[in-house]
Design a binder for this molecule. Sequence first.
Ligand code: TXD
Length: 320
Amino acid sequence: MSSPIPCHLPRVTIVGAGRVGSTLAQRIAEKNLADVVLLDIVEGMPQGLALDLLEARGIERHNRQIVGTNNYADTAGSEIVVITAGLPRKPGMSRDDLLRTNAKIVVEAAKNAIAHSPNAIFIVVTNPLDVMTYLAWQATGLSRDRIMGMAGVLDSARFEAFIALELGVLPADVKAMVLGSHGDLMVPLSRYATVNGIPITELLDAATIDRLIERTRNGGAEIVELMQTGGAFFAPASATSVMVESILLNQSRLLPIATYLQGEYGLEDVVIGVPCRLGCAGIESILELNLSDSERQALHTSAQSVRKNIERSQEILAAT
Ligand code: TXD
């Protein structure tokens, strides 16, 4: 008998089996994209979630493996590592406290994961997103095409959702691009937002567009305010799964991705969201749009605030 052909199924590790991480595991398995390893520091929790997801496999008609673990050795050989580990901001916690806690968690997670999956492509999800992506890039020593942050796909999906709600059209017919940092200083580009190719500027007046942009900027906070305990996770998991899919299926999708800039858009040594083509090798190219003066200014203001927080996080890490 000839030896069996070794079959290799892609494997995605998700560090942090909280709400975003566990929902992402479900999306990846149910889209039949890859086997999933869910890792968390809490003992038993990722194992329980993995078992729960496995028990749904027959109903959901997929055969993907899902492993829950507290041990990085189980993540070995992953094609993609997604980092969602970290704490959300709690009452009484300053931004510095959050920066300090999550910086340590993300740097440790990135170092542990790369040690077991040296060929993986990394996607960072933990907040503050642009700063955490920068720290993970530094900690892994990966080239910039192989480590990136997820925020723009989510922020764009929110902008699209609000446009669709306003116009009463099919959400999938709306396309938008939100650049910049993940936060108050994000840069929604309304002139690139369309409904099946028709610019929204032909469908909505300026005041309405401004209101939708404001709601997009405030998209995360609006949900936290309603839920009180924690933030959004369904749309963040969907947005991350789009990036995982574009890599695993080599789709070369043009998506807003937080990436390390080396002169693009006149920005240097900072991570910020810009349009990138994403395929099986990671970021294939960065698209430099012809921004208007005010759009460019908004992107630079956004980058300055990220840079300030990167410097602050470096000081915090150096002092610990
Ligand atoms: O657009 C975006 N990038 C975001 C980012 C959209 C939504 C959420 N965003 C951020 O993702 C959010 O502000 C958090 O920083 C992360 C994760 O959000 P989630 O809602 O999933 O938080 P949870 O439910 O608290 O889950 C975090 C998990 C939890 O199970 C912890 O036990 C685990 O992280 N954790 C760790 N796992 C592994 N290793 C370490 N050290 C660790 N520390 C905590």
